[in-house]
Design a protein around this ligand. Structure first.
Ligand SMILES: *[C@@H]1O[C@H](CO)[C@@H](O)[C@H](O)[C@H]1NC(C)=O
Ligand SMILES: *[C@@H]1O[C@H](CO)[C@@H](O)[C@H](O)[C@H]1NC(C)=O
Length: 462
């Protein structure tokens, strides 16, 4: 995760507003201006009403027999932190200084699954640089690192929830990279010498299916169990190179779309996203899924009950647009079992009332898409946020930015979810110091002590 409204975006928004202002000076009150104003007022009223009006009348949660997934796990950054000398404790019994021992602690606290995020970059390189630019994701999600975490899961006998990004080092709602397969000769061969940007959707899907099969085979061969596969990371704006702002032969329109549109389209025109991105992504997800299921078959591992998902960011989406996203997946060939969402109540968003937006989003997905919801990313600050995440300081009423407030919101989101079609939650990056006050440890000289939200038995016991 990175700050959604970073400096660059702010600059873009400012330029946009400047342009609007200049336009007005030149033309006075043009017809276009008046129409635009009316649209803005109508949408503004809709957004205002939507976030203050809340009712559960007539709502029936999705039925599911899945046990609640308490997905607290070591994060993509844990191994790196530990190599840098970080240690942790839960009480003064002993000091934790390995990934395995930290995961063991989470299991003792009630975690039911472990998590790994996987990019297509295969091996760790000596510097955090990608294509000449500093890239903090360059060496945390590689295939090699993923396999190590799967071995740990196998050893600890905890199911693994892999997140298959199909991006070279990273993707989320803010930025997307296409995958690269040069480090996998057997898979790369299938591109027939073409660059990823030149491949048609059918050509892409041949490659993605082979990759899905290869990856699942290697993961399952470690001996770990996988019950849930999550494809993509905050895939609102694309997957595997068919993404807003990227060049692709699948849809020539995408390259020219400004990054600013990602904050506008989901609210004003989700139909455009359906037509230009989502329907293609559904086919890509389906190809990866097919490959993964072939791996189970070839390894003679029973895939009954194995579930597939993707997850999207909610700060830029209306509840209706979220439901449309998952319906679009189903309609276009991805038989999705679980609707994943990120929920960061303190992040900047169009909505003032984060909890109301969250509840409405879950209920809308339950109702319109008939899917249970999994909160793939959640966290809340226990104090002031600074640095990269200085913008994530929104306080939800009733939940101050304190250890108590953090524990209370976590508990309320879990408890409300259990009776409202939410089948699990992953507290994001609980042990990562660079995540500011969001984590579940407080640090001093690279040593983490648990905060109340981690100590609270009520949150973690089923
Ligand atoms: C301390 O924490 C460990 C887990 O790390 C647990 O097994 C042990 O029971 C705890 N001891 C006390 C006194 O709470
Ligand atoms: C692993 O966990 C499963 C339940 O999740 C259990 O049925 C099985 O016996 C465990 N295997 C070992 C070797 O502990």
């Amino acid at each position: 995760m990175k700050g959604y409204f970073n400096l660059e975006e702010n600059e873009k928004i400012k330029n946009f507003l400047d342009k609007c202002k200049r336009h007005k000076v030149k033309t006075g009150f043009s017809i276009v201006g008046i129409i635009l104003l009316i649209i803005i007022i109508i949408v503004g009223i809709k957004i205002l009403v939507a976030q203050f009006y809340y009712s559960e009348s007539g709502y029936v949660p999705v039925k599911t027999d899945e046990p609640y997934r308490m997905a607290l796990s070591v994060s993509p950054f844990t191994d790196k932190s530990i190599k840098e000398g970080y240690t942790y404790e839960f009480n003064s019994t002993y000091t934790i200084s390995t990934v395995e021992d930290l995961e063991k602690l989470y299991i003792e606290r009630g975690a039911t699954e472990m998590y790994v995020r996987i990019a297509t970059k295969r091996h760790v390189t000596s510097e955090d640089i990608t294509d000449g630019e500093v890239d903090t994701n360059a060496n945390v999600h590689t295939f090699d690192q993923a396999i190590e975490l799967c071995k740990t899961a196998a050893k600890l006998n905890i199911t693994m929830n892999p997140e298959v990004m199909c991006a070279y080092t990273y993707m989320d709602m803010e930025k997307q990279q296409a995958p690269r397969f040069e480090e996998y000769p057997e898979i790369y061969k299938l591109q027939n010498g073409k660059d990823w940007t030149e491949l048609s959707l059918d050509e892409i899907n041949v490659v993605l299916k082979a990759y899905g099969k290869f990856l699942a085979t290697e993961i399952l061969k470690t001996g770990c169990t996988v019950k849930n596969w999550n494809l993509g990371n905050e895939a609102n704006f694309g997957f595997a190179g068919v993404s807003l702002g990227l060049k692709t032969a699948v849809n020539k329109n995408l390259e020219g779309v400004s990054s600013f549109k990602r904050y506008i389209l989901p609210v004003f025109n989700p139909g455009w996203l359906e037509e230009n991105i989502w329907k293609y992504n559904a086919k890509e997800f389906a190809a990866v899924r097919e490959g993964i299921l072939e791996a189970y078959k070839d390894l003679s591992i029973d895939s009954t009950g194995v579930k597939f998902s993707t997850h999207i960011a909610t700060v830029v989406m209306t509840p209706g647009a979220c439901a449309r996203y998952f319906n679009c997946m189903k309609k276009n060939g991805y038989p999705i079992d679980t609707a994943g969402i990120s929920f960061y109540p303190s992040a900047p968003s169009l909505y003032v009332k984060a909890m109301i937006l969250f509840k409405k989003t879950v209920m809308e997905i339950n109702k319109k898409s008939n899917l249970p919801v999994f909160i793939g990313e959640f966290s809340y600050p226990s104090g002031e946020m600074s640095g990269d995440f200085a913008g994530w300081n929104k306080e939800v009423s009733g939940y101050p930015h304190s250890e108590e407030g953090q524990a209370a919101i976590y508990k309320d989101v879990v408890n409300w979810g259990k009776t409202h079609g939410v089948i699990g939650i992953r507290y994001w990056a609980a042990d990562y110091e660079n995540w500011g006050t969001m984590g579940l440890f407080k640090f001093e000289n690279k040593h983490g002590k648990p905060k109340q939200a981690l100590l609270d038995d009520e949150i973690h016991r089923q």
